[in-house]
Design a protein around this ligand. Structure first.
Ligand SMILES: [Zn+2]
Length: 337
């Protein structure tokens, strides 16, 4: 698996970046991959070659936006807990990166170095069961449930209040034309969400590994299938935060051999996880008039997610697997189309 890490490089590469842009502009009108043809621009040839590779005869690129300084793996040395990029005389601290096999490439923009490394996937272990993860914008960010034991984990408190606070501050600053501060606030907010998502993802993977389980989540394409959720989503922390959590869970799962599967998201919050029929959801309380089951709405949803059959990757069709049906007596018959 390839993983890219974003590290702040604390260097001023503005001159190199201008040169890189010139090389890219040259490349769009050239057919030569040889760095000799752009020698006059004065960019290190190892980097110029990478830019030529990307831009020469590339008909998909009409205008040049951000040209990064791309250094191939061969140009990067691992020295203890550091990476050394000789052509930029750049050292990067990699002490917090997971064990990797090799460095594939490093790309630098004016602030960050994007280090792409090959990390060995752990072989997937056979999950004894699946833990269901319900993601939310209010209350807890994620609720995990293990139907085999009935255990529930409520993870992370919603960043909604922070979001609201920052939103108001942003509006005020925007009106005053203080755009730099608006940008800083945005960055601060996304950093808070990012840190929290990392912690939640780690916890979820720990739970899965400790219980020898896989993970099931709803397949989300932005919003859920019911209007009530859709409305709360609009006031929410945008779907990127959900998607980010999903990505963190996915890559941490790969590092730990945990299977991740997706389920149909329809009615996960209205269906009763005990009898499978449709119950009532009122804010965070779920109650079923058919069997009398009452539960926290997110907990009920996370059990439903755990018990649903997983979707076949990419197609949205049901995978004929048993795990979703195992254990429940009344599996809902009306499978959503
Ligand atoms: Zn019920």
């Amino acid at each position: 698996m390839l993983l890219t890490f974003k590290l702040r490089h604390e260097r001023d590469f503005s001159i190199e970046l201008i040169k890189a842009r010139k090389v890219a502009e040259f490349a769009l009108t050239s057919d030569s991959y040889s760095s000799a043809v752009v020698k006059h621009i004065g960019l290190k040839s190892a980097i110029a070659c990478q830019i030529l590779k990307k831009y020469v005869r590339n008909k998909h690129i009409k205008t040049i936006h951000n040209v990064m300084l791309t250094i191939p793996g061969q140009g990067v040395k691992v020295q203890g807990m550091e990476l050394y990029i000789s052509c930029l005389k750049l050292r990067l601290d990699i002490s917090h990166l997971p064990k990797f096999e090799k460095v594939n490439q490093v790309e630098c923009d004016k602030e960050f170095a994007f280090v792409t490394v090959t990390v060995p996937d752990k072989p997937l272990y056979e999950p004894t069961w699946f833990i269901g993860i319900d993601r939310n914008t209010t209350g807890h960010v994620a609720v995990a449930a293990n139907p085999a034991t009935g255990k529930v984990w409520k993870l992370g408190s919603s960043c909604q209040h922070i979001h609201q606070k920052y939103k108001n501050a942003r509006k005020r600053l925007q009106k005053q034309g203080r755009y730099k501060e608006v940008k800083e606030i945005k960055q601060r907010e996304s950093q808070i969400v990012r840190d929290q998502n990392h912690k939640i993802a780690k916890k979820i993977i720990d739970i899965a590994v400790q219980n020898a389980c896989g993970i099931k989540m709803e397949q989300l394409d932005g919003i859920r299938n019911n209007r009530k959720q859709a409305r709360s989503f609009r006031y929410s922390l945008h779907s990127w935060s959900f998607y980010q959590l999903q990505q963190f869970i996915e890559y941490k799962a790969k590092l730990n051999g945990v299977t991740v599967a997706y389920v149909d998201p329809s009615y996960t919050s209205q269906q009763c996880s005990r009898c499978g029929l449709i119950g009532n959801r009122d804010d965070k309380v779920f109650s079923c008039s058919h069997c009398g089951h009452v539960d926290h709405a997110d907990v009920n949803a996370s059990f439903n997610i755990a018990l649903r059959p997983s979707l076949e990757e990419g197609t949205g069709r049901f995978k004929p697997d048993r795990d979703g049906l195992k254990g429940r007596i009344d599996t809902p018959q009306e499978a959503p189309a």
